[in-house]
Design a protein around this ligand. Sequence first.
Ligand SMILES: Nc1nc2c(ncn2[C@@H]2O[C@H](COP(=O)(O)OP(=O)(O)O)[C@@H](O)[C@H]2O)c(=O)[nH]1
Ligand SMILES: [Mg+2]
Length: 269
Amino acid sequence: MEANTPLQTEARDAPGPEEKAKKAAAEAKVANQLPEVRLVVLGWRWPGKSLTGNTIIGREEFRLERAAEFCVKRQTEVLGRQVTVVDTPGWFSAQDTPPSYKEELVRGASLCPPGPHVFLLVIPIGMFTEVDRARIEEHVSLFGERVWKHTIVVFTWAEVLRTISIERYIRREGKELQSVLEKCKRRYFVINNCIFGEHPQVERLLERVEKMVAEEGGYYNPEEVEKEKKPLDENQNPAREGRELGARPKQNSVLSLSKTMEVELLSSE
Ligand SMILES: Nc1nc2c(ncn2[C@@H]2O[C@H](COP(=O)(O)OP(=O)(O)O)[C@@H](O)[C@H]2O)c(=O)[nH]1
Ligand SMILES: [Mg+2]
């Protein structure tokens, strides 16, 4: 403040540090902008994954269904970018996820070749438990540990916050939520799914993704991760890994074996 006074008189018309920073940020945004943005939406069932997809796409493209079984892909142009969103079925919050569901989840990443720029991990604002953390780690890690470099937490149900700031909510929820955020270098975004249509939040989210891509260098390549996983699988427990992670090519994989079991599980949810 006062320390700047002599400088201000010296160069009254020159931009101040704040203006310079603003200009640099604006230039970085333009430089980071991608012609195409590929997103995969992850999370347990019912926190608002599909609705978040709709908010981004700007249309009701994804059906809000409790018993979603398959990944769904939609593409459209959003704010000058070709945007692809892959919506995934999500995992069960309290019971084991059937292996074929896990396989379908992992398939989501290969639906937007050459691979997603970002995984949006959708978490609803509210009580966040140790089980929630463990389930997130279990399912997100199906994509390999590298996935965290490409993950942004998206908080839904933001209206629940009312007067509390998101930072305070994160502090208050404690170490379980914080540990998830640490895994993705505290990248998070609060989306308001009650606002539909034109709103700066979608542009801000895309810019956030583009910033992460610039910082982390590129996108998540499912083929590379698959290659990395293979030697590990062979040394560990090939029968189990093959069954749970779907070590075979996942395109067009038939979700067969435990279909009856899944349906039973779903109807009991
Ligand atoms: N009020 C509010 N409702 C939401 C929000 N996000 C999702 N919902 C509602 O929560 C339910 C589940 O949303 P959906 O997107 O289908 O969840 P998904 O299972 O994760 O795909 C639907 O009834 C949505 O309308 C949100 O941010 N605020
Ligand atoms: Mg859904």
